[in-house]
Design a binder for this molecule. Structure first.
Ligand code: HEM
Length: 177
């Protein structure tokens, strides 16, 4: 399975994550680290679920904040979104909800994420955009969770987002052999 293959990259990613954890400034390149889902411990899955539970009641505001932050980080992304942003934001939150509910068995959502990654090419999305989206997502979590956004919660989300983005990108922009 592809998650197995990603383990080596994930190990490296975790080392980089730990090294940069304190140095990072939100909003720049390198905000999230690619990782494999098997690296999520039970405790990290719990942290993601508990924190997500706090975000779900404010999902509308979270989605609004997300797009505001995304376009602040990269105004050139705005024209890619042709549909209504509230509708789009709802779809994003619903997808994240599905993934959060499948963290023990990400293989079960692999096909969905791969197809979504392929569709994102048709929206004009590049591999590099995943970093900006990851940065905007983490920023929203920080705003929404406040003190509950501990370094441990952040680290768990970084790994989870990395796994989602890695799966979508691998399907959309395959590396030449
Ligand atoms: C965790 C990663 C992501 C998730 C879960 C996600 C989720 C979604 C979903 C559910 C849709 C609805 C249409 C569909 O299913 O194909 C969508 C559309 C879209 N996404 Fe993403 N996305 C992600 C990453 C990105 C990135 C990195 C970009 C780059 C800017 C992006 C830009 C777009 C655009 C432009 C659309 C179409 C919007 C429209 O038609 O107005 N997404 N996304």
């Amino acid at each position: 399975m592809m998650y197995g293959i990603l383990l080596v990259a994930a190990g490296l990613a975790i080392v980089l994550l730990l090294q940069n954890k304190r140095k990072r400034e939100r909003g720049g390149a390198g905000e999230y680290v690619e990782a494999a889902p098997s690296l999520l411990s039970e405790q990290q899955i719990k942290l993601i679920r508990d924190s997500w539970k706090r975000v779900v009641p404010m999902r509308k505001q979270a989605a609004e904040l997300f797009y505001a932050r995304l376009f602040e980080l990269d105004p050139e992304l705005k024209p890619l979104f042709r549909g209504k942003l509230d509708f789009q934001g709802d779809k994003l939150m619903t997808t994240l909800n599905v993934v959060v509910n499948s963290l023990e068995d990400l293989d079960s959502v692999e096909t969905m994420l791969q197809a979504m990654g392929e569709r994102h090419i048709t929206y004009g999305v590049d591999a590099a955009h995943y970093e900006t989206v990851g940065a905007a997502l983490l920023w929203v979590l920080e705003q929404g969770l406040g003190a509950y956004f501990t370094p441990e919660v952040e680290e768990a989300w970084v790994i989870a987002y990395g796994a989602i983005a890695t799966t979508m990108k691998a399907a959309a922009y395959p590396q030449p052999a």
